[in-house]
Design a binder for this molecule. Structure first.
Ligand code: ADP
Ligand code: MG
Length: 356
């Protein structure tokens, strides 16, 4: 079976590795050959998601389709789903593309979020002080803390938001964080559901730097995260891997965001679980049963950021000092990105902490 994968980043790379492991092949559709997935995919279509000729060729070539990023235009997803299955479905992906939709959707399922408000031309001068200090975010396309500004009080907003015609913005109240958590839920086409243990995530400057699995939180929090995840996948008739990120704030579990795909906080599952998050995505696409999600090790992930190549100066990158790798206990994965940049995810390190 051939899977059509939209997007070519590191998540795509690892999804292809998992698909190959179980004998499936993958055609990647992406706009640029210098992406991690290009090197190992079985076929590559280089074009834009608005190119109907290329999309048509792609649609004919593969039996089933999936995404490695939520930022695939809905028009392309619709076009493909006219003839073939896309997992997860376009509506699920549409919701996760926009922070406002995502949070409204969560609240409609009585899943709490931070207090938030969409900024519009009519309300921008009269935002309730309750939302300050807050974090102003672009509703779409933000990642690794990009597209976010901390706003102390009302007047700052007017200085920052200059143009409301082309972009949508959300203002979120800044909440105290006990910790951050994420759960990876898997649902197959027959409605069977499984999940990995909750991961506990540490961010610096909005970028995930470390994730441990399982999270060191109460059984009640683990159960509640699963209950919320289950509620979401059922409501969306979701088929595939879904990640839900949470804040634990003053003991309350709040949904932060969702990703309709495997997630950085789940890379541990490659080395520590019976079946990895990526293999689950490939299996579900191929109509195979969900794999065993048992965690064999307590495990820690550290991201390898481009900053490591610039540790002595900020101008010329050079091969990093790999002192973190000494001792032989860490598993290194590099994504094969051509150029290190500050804040860019270049790879990750896994430590198997303890056998369970
Ligand atoms: P991204 O899409 O860039 O991951 P997030 O909304 O997850 O965006 O924000 C990145 C990080 O910033 C979060 O993981 C958290 O550490 C911090 N953060 C974001 N929103 C809030 C908030 N409302 N209150 C407190 N911290 C926040
Ligand atoms: Mg996030």
């Amino acid at each position: 079976m051939k899977i059509g994968l939209m997007g070519g980043g590191q998540l795509g790379l690892m999804m292809i590795e998992a698909a190959h492991k179980i004998g499936l092949s993958v055609t990647v559709f992406a706009d640029n050959r210098s992406c991690p997935a290009f090197r190992i995919c079985d076929d590559f279509i280089e074009s834009s998601f608005t190119d109907l000729d290329a999309l048509s060729k792609f649609r004919e070539q593969c039996e089933v389709f999936t995404v490695e990023t939520e930022n695939i235009p809905i028009s392309a997803l619709k076009y493909i789903s006219e003839k073939k299955t896309v997992c997860p479905n376009g509506e699920a992906i549409r919701i996760t593309q926009n922070r406002i939709n995502e949070k409204e959707f969560a609240n409609s399922l009585t899943i709490p979020t931070v207090p938030f408000i969409e900024i519009t031309t009519s309300n921008i001068r009269n935002i309730d002080s309750y939302f300050f200090p807050g974090i102003l975010k672009t509703a779409r396309f933000g990642y690794d803390g990009k597209g976010q500004v901390h706003v102390g009080e009302k007047n700052e907003l007017l200085n920052i938001v200059k143009d409301l015609t082309n972009s949508k913005y959300i203002l979120e109240k800044k909440v105290p964080l006990d910790t951050e958590l994420s759960i990876i839920i898997v649902r197959d086409k027959d409605g069977n559901i499984a999940s990995y243990p909750l991961a506990e995530n540490r961010h610096e400057n909005g970028i995930l730097v470390e994730s441990v699995m399982p999270a060191n939180v109460s059984v009640d929090v683990h159960k509640l995260a699963f209950t919320y995840g289950e509620r979401i996948v059922k409501k969306l008739d979701y088929v595939g891997v879904l990640t839900v990120e949470f804040f634990l704030s003053d003991g309350n579990l709040l949904l932060n965001e969702m990703a309709p795909r495997p997630h950085n906080s789940g890379h541990q599952t490659i080395n520590a679980s019976v079946t990895s998050q990526f293999e689950q995505q490939a299996r579900i696409c191929a109509g195979l049963p969900i794999g065993d999600t048992t965690l064999k090790y307590d495990v820690r992930l550290e991201n390898v950021l481009g900053d490591l190549w610039f540790s002595n100066n900020n101008c010329q990158p050079r091969e990093p000092n790999w002192e973190k790798l000494t001792g032989g206990v860490k598993i290194l994965k590099l994504y094969g990105k051509g150029e290190p940049r500050l804040g860019r995810k270049m790879g990750h390190l896994i430590t198997l902490v303890r056998e369970r």
